[in-house]
Design a protein around this ligand. Structure first.
Ligand SMILES: O=C(O)CCC(=O)C(=O)O
Ligand SMILES: [Fe+2]
Length: 234
């Protein structure tokens, strides 16, 4: 795995195709699908799951200490090997948000915010998507149109940190088919693993599950009994 930032973006953003194998992808999707329906939070334009649990406290920025699900072990081990989380407080992700998008669904442009150490690692399962990156105006508001588009292939890893994390917003348009896919419009075009698939410039989305792995800064260690309850639920 060559670790070089995506050229043309603010530092630092990294893209790796084939971060996991098709067999790993299939297994992780199966494990996620096994979780009870009631664990998901249904939103208008996607559904999401927060593991090991939702952040708590009055500012929703505290994680109750508990392990990540074991089916993410290969991903966490690889992220550690690549030393992406070396500068974050726990030197590893301790939290994952699982988002599921059907074709036509997306996420409004937003920033990931200060509860997390400024690094996000996103693994895509089941479908590609196009992440749109917005710059901020001098007043700190979001530009109307995205400046950059990143094509995330299934099984790929995208790591966002540094200026990219702090000074930009990201979102996914609520469309069924991605268009205008070419080297002028997609900032990581030369880093794609399966570029031929996108050569026609358009492709319909399938259902995509994304795993966003992060390091929550504040972690509350609770007593054994509480820990047991949290574990039992995850
Ligand atoms: O699904 C994605 O790749 C993006 C999710 C996201 O931005 C988030 O959970 O904060
Ligand atoms: Fe985000």
């Amino acid at each position: 795995m060559t670790v070089a930032p995506i050229e043309g973006l603010p530092p630092s953003c990294y893209y790796f195709h084939s971060f996991i194998s098709p067999a790993e992808e299939e297994q992780i999707i199966k494990d996620i699908r096994r979780l009870p329906e009631s664990r998901w939070t249904a939103l208008a334009h996607r559904r999401l799951l927060s593991l090991p649990s939702n952040l708590t406290g009055s500012s929703h920025d505290i994680l109750v200490d508990a392990p990540l699900p074991t089916y993410l072990d290969p991903i966490v081990a690889r992220l550690k090997d690549q030393k992406f989380f070396e500068e974050s407080p726990h030197r590893a992700p301790n939290h994952v948000l699982i988002n599921e998008y059907r074709p036509g669904e997306g996420i409004m442009p937003h920033e990931d915010g200060p509860a997390y150490s400024p690094i996000t690692a996103t693994v895509s399962l089941g479908s590609h998507t196009v992440l749109e990156i917005y710059q901020k105006t001098e007043q700190g508001e979001r530009e109307a149109k995205p400046t950059w588009r990143i094509l995330q292939e299934p099984r790929s890893l995208l790591v966002t940190t540094g200026d990219m994390y702090v000074h930009t917003l990201h979102g996914i348009s609520e469309i069924e088919t991605d268009e205008n896919l070419n080297r002028h419009n997609i900032v990581n075009w030369d880093l794609l693993g399966d570029g031929d698939l996108y050569e026609s410039g358009r492709i319909r989305r399938q259902t995509r599950i994304s795993l966003t792995l992060r390091d929550v800064v504040k972690v509350a260690k609770l007593g054994g009994a509480m820990k047991f309850i949290t574990r039992g639920r995850s």
